[in-house]
Ligand binder design. Structure first.
Ligand code: FAD
Length: 439
């Protein structure tokens, strides 16, 4: 199986070295499975407090070949479930702590990017949720987050001249990043600090929690499993594919016409998720959901190259910025996000074995923070981070098939229908409200 992340617009922008890690079959202090943001930030945070730890990272392909190296590049402070739902399980103080820590984490990632010897595109200039209909604008105003502000049409057009834009909301807590540059620079910095990174090394985890590679056991005092959407197929979580496209670098005259001078991340407030950014080399990179869920939670490279969804994304991009029809779309790729039944991220830790993830599409900043929590728990540090809502979170299982297949694909179809309904009725969609209740 080839590295699917190579199809992304980001992959060739980072210089990926060959790691020379030494002997694998020895005793480790910490063994980390998964060379994405979650696994590697865990090593980073651990070394900040305990620089002498012997840490190994086992990565089945190359570091960053999972979602970390091919995402939309939004480092946001978003959390997949809302405060109202969290409040049924944790205290309001814990929710407040979560938001504060997420906001802080964006700046800490920015600091890492700034101090790195490698070039890492990182611009913190917030995020825009654009309304292209009254119905979308009403929903924006109804769902405003505490740190978000509403922009009227003139204010919106001052930032982004998306066709039919009538208003937007602005969220200051988001940075635009190049994810592959970040993940590769992180790996390089860890290797320099003495972490042993084993690529093309698939780790087997037995039901008793023993780790082996090609049938040979590996001993470690602590084990962290950070494999997000790559878990075995069961009812714990489902993989949902998010697909992306990117254009060739667009000339200055294009951006003078359409805005995004500050490089805010942005999306249209549809029910079917979209997300986009102006990249550091002036392309438009844009993603969205809509690819069908596969029976039995199967993952498939085919789902990452879903021609119909990629075509829809290109059409949406041209709808937003009509001049794009004169330019080439050079990249099309995708990847899976992991979703628990209640859409809540989790972190499990039993004193020896830890696992975490379930970030939906908000894992760039969240993985940094969750890794920080994981490091604190391993080192037995009594911090606020070790008590955030996702620590010890338990979700119900997904329904067995065929209910899961029917329900999830119905949800995807209904999201598209809700957008059509809003276009026709010009009112917030009834179907949209129904989806919220159901999912
Ligand atoms: C197309 C797309 C767009 C997205 N856009 C955004 C965005 O704009 N903003 C945002 O916040 N989030 C976004 N996300 C989500 C975000 O990218 C992820 O939540 C985050 O990168 C997860 O990091 P991770 O390290 O937990 O997982 P991954 O990056 O997937 O890393 C897991 C690694 O584990 C390895 N692995 C799996 N099994 C084994 C094994 N048995 N042995 C060894 N290695 C193994 C895999 O090869 C993989 O490299 C997006 C995701 C996708 C797919």
């Amino acid at each position: 199986m080839g590295n699917q992340a190579e199809a992304s617009v980001w992959w060739s922008s980072a210089n990926h070295p060959t790691f020379t890690p030494g002997e694998l079959h020895r005793d480790w202090d910490v063994l980390i499975i998964g060379g994405g943001f979650s696994g590697m930030w865990t090593a980073h945070h651990l070394l900040n407090s305990a620089p002498d730890l012997k840490i190994a990272i086992l990565e089945a392909q190359q570091v960053g070949s999972g979602a970390s190296g091919r995402n939309g590049g939004w480092a946001s402070a978003l959390y997949p479930v809302d405060d109202e739902m969290l409040l049924q399980h944790v205290t309001s103080q814990s929710i407040k702590n979560l938001h504060t820590e997420l906001e802080k984490s964006i700046d800490e990632i920015g600091q890492f990017a700034k101090n790195s010897e490698d070039s890492i595109a990182f611009t913190k200039s917030g995020s825009l949720t654009v309304a292209r209909s009254e119905a979308q604008f009403t929903r924006i105003k109804q769902g405003l987050l505490p740190r978000e502000s509403v922009l009227n049409q003139n204010q919106t057009l001052g930032r982004i001249r998306m066709s039919k834009a009538i208003g937007s909301s602005f969220n200051p807590d988001c940075a635009t990043i190049n994810p592959t540059q970040l993940v590769v620079a992180l790996a390089k910095s860890l290797a320099k600090r003495g972490v042993h990174i084993f690529e093309n090394t698939f780790a087997d985890v037995s039901t008793q929690g023993n780790i082996s590679v090609k049938g040979k056991n590996i001993e470690s005092k602590y084990v962290v499993r950070a494999i997000e959407a790559y878990h075995e197929k069961n009812r714990e979580q489902i993989p949902i594919y998010s697909l992306m496209i990117a254009t060739e670098p667009l000339p200055e005259e294009f951006w003078t016409k359409y805005g995004l001078k500050e490089r805010e991340t942005f999306h249209e407030n549809r029910h079917l998720v979209t997300y986009a950014q102006r990249t550091s080399d002036n392309r438009l990179a844009m993603g969205g959901r809509g690819a069908p869920y596969k029976w039995g939670s199967a993952r498939s490279n085919k789902s990452e190259q879903h021609a119909k969804i990629h075509k829809k994304l290109r059409e949406t991009a041209i709808e937003w910025f009509p001049d794009l029809r004169n330019y080439e779309f050079t990249h099309a790729w995708g990847g899976a996000v992991a979703i628990k039944r209640d859409w809540a991220p989790y972190l499990n830790w039993d004193g020896h074995f830890g696992s975490f993830g379930g970030y939906v599409g908000d894992g760039v900043t969240l993985s940094y923070l969750a890794a920080n929590s994981m490091a604190d728990l391993i080192l037995d540090k009594k911090t606020i981070r070790a008590t955030l809502p996702y620590v010890g979170w338990k979700s119900a299982k997904w329904e067995p098939e065929p209910l899961r297949w029917l329900g999830v694909n119905l949800g995807i179809k209904l999201s598209a229908i809700a957008d059509i309904e809003e276009r026709i009725t010009k009112r917030p969609s009834f179907v949209g409200k129904l989806i919220e209740k159901l999912f």
